[in-house]
Design a protein around this ligand. Sequence first.
Ligand code: ZN
Length: 275
Amino acid sequence: MQGSPIFTRSIGRSVEGREIIVHANFGFAVSPPPRNSTLLIGGTHGNEPATVRALEDYLQSPAWEALRQFPTMVLPLANPDGAERATRYNARGVDLNRNCGFNWRPDCEEPPGPAAWSEPESVALRDFILAWQPAKVVSLHWALAEIDADGVQSTPLAQAMWESLDENARRPYRLRVTEPGRGQRRLERIYAACPGSVGQWCGYGLEYADGSAPAMITLELPYDPEAEARPDELPEDHLDTVRALWKTDAAGYLRGIEPGVHAMLATAIRFPAHS
Ligand SMILES: [Zn+2]
């Protein structure tokens, strides 16, 4: 038996010339772009290897195979130079998740680059999204244990992802959506926290030609899949905890998070549900 084909293309090159590769379950020759497609992104920060592995594993999973009729694009490693160095930044020391052209701030806490869209990795992602117009974007990060929706249009998807988790898989996560009446306050906090992020650009700054905006979810993987409950404040050493866990037992960590991640990605890919 043969699995469904995976189409692969490079969407650009990193500062050091590494290809930035997207996989899809449809040929890239289609025109116009397929409707209601989903883009999954990992490895924006090079020191978050779990996001890359989670997507690579997902591409090999029965879950991916089962959803072949839903147009889906997977970019497992958005920052290949950073992954090579195991650093958050690209080869020029820029945080690609602060380099996008919406609410870009030169005085950002993380290095945002000399200007918005100054980095080839950011430009490749931007141009790819503008060309293929995914209706849903899920960007994986490590490891604040959150399902984070940017823009009110993203709230229903975030809630569907949350509801797709059984009690066990949901335990480490926190759901962060814009609540009615509290939008502006939350917006101000978000704008201050992650200026120039992929989430902000897609969630607040992007509008396709037909007037629609993508549902944008930042999926922060759990710092500990066994955690009893997602605390309001993460323990200060949570990144050390997750990195230590990764060094000693990456496979175990991935197995621990996999049921929840696969359920959420499948939900995003199918959303809105077809009867
Ligand atoms: Zn990150």
